[in-house]
Design a protein around this ligand. Structure first.
Ligand code: PLP
Length: 260
């Protein structure tokens, strides 16, 4: 059996996040990885040094090429950069009836560089969230999506997850890693009930690409036919190992280790 997983995201020349993290994760988790590149970034462990978005024509051509021939069992979207790319991607996924879509609503890199135009947030709400089978915001991203600041407890996270669900996501995995230094929890809301995934705080600064890796691991699970809860559980185990074994590369924040 071949499980087909597609990432629609930005390229990280440093190999730790974006398309490169996604493809490594797909491979490790036994799926056949494909990519649609929305933007190139000139990037290393010290940060993002340049962003070069691809034309709409290039994004559409990649999507058409993959979807019209190979097809997909699941899709992960990452850095989509602007409203035009979001609209083109959403239109094409709709056209091909893709259902197992994991949306990582990437906005800002850890170093502070914008990976999404602030004015494109409305396009995320309007076009992308309603298509998502799973959306995986961290707390700052959730605050931008719901337009409210101050998520500072598990109860706040649950409220925010409900609000994002009400925007049309079928499942919301709100990541708790930003909540406290000691212990926090990822929360999955499916419209009926909450499932909790405790976050183990691992003492390392080398966490580049964690969000990308986690979301693509969920997509790999969905491609293999796992339920959302099962796929999230496996992805959580995968990202925990990848952070535990993260790599001290370069002069800055090293990447998570996809083959840990
Ligand atoms: N670069 C690209 C292309 C990404 O898609 C992402 C994902 O969020 C990042 C960088 C973020 O990396 P970091 O984990 O360092 O914030």
């Amino acid at each position: 059996m071949i499980y087909r997983a597609l990432t629609i995201a930005g390229s990280d020349s440093g190999g730790g996040a974006g398309i490169q993290a996604d493809l490594k994760t797909f491979q490790e988790l036994g799926t056949f990885g494909m990519s649609v590149i929305t933007a190139l970034t000139a990037q290393n462990t010290q940060g993002v040094h340049g962003v070069y978005p691809q034309s709409i024509e290039a994004v559409e051509a990649q999507l058409e090429a993959v979807l019209s021939d190979i097809g997909v069992d699941a899709v992960k979207t990452g850095m989509l950069f602007n409203a035009e790319i979001i609209e083109a991607v959403s239109k094409c996924l709709k056209k091909y009836g893709v259902e197992r879509i994991v949306v990582d609503p990437v906005m800002v890199a850890k170093g502070g560089h914008a990976l999404l135009h602030p004015e494109a947030v409305e396009a995320v709400r309007k076009h992308l969230i309603p298509l998502s089978m799973v959306i995986t915001p961290n707390i700052p991203e959730a605050e931008v999506i719901i337009g409210e600041e101050g998520i500072s407890s598990l109860a706040d996270m649950k409220e925010a997850a409900k609000k994002i669900y009400n925007l049309g996501a079928k499942n919301v995995v709100l990541k708790g890693g930003h909540l406290s230094e000691e212990e926090s929890t990822d929360v999955l809301y499916d419209g009926n009930e909450f499932t909790y995934f405790p976050v183990q705080r691992i003492q390392t600064k080398h966490t580049h690409g964690t969000g990308c890796t986690f979301a693509s691991a969920i997509a790999a699970g969905l491609a293999k036919g796992l339920s959302v809860v099962e796929a999230t559980k496996v992805a959580k185990e995968f990202i925990t190992c990848a952070i535990e074994e993260s790599l001290e590369l370069g002069k800055g924040i090293g990447p998570t280790n996809h083959s840990a």
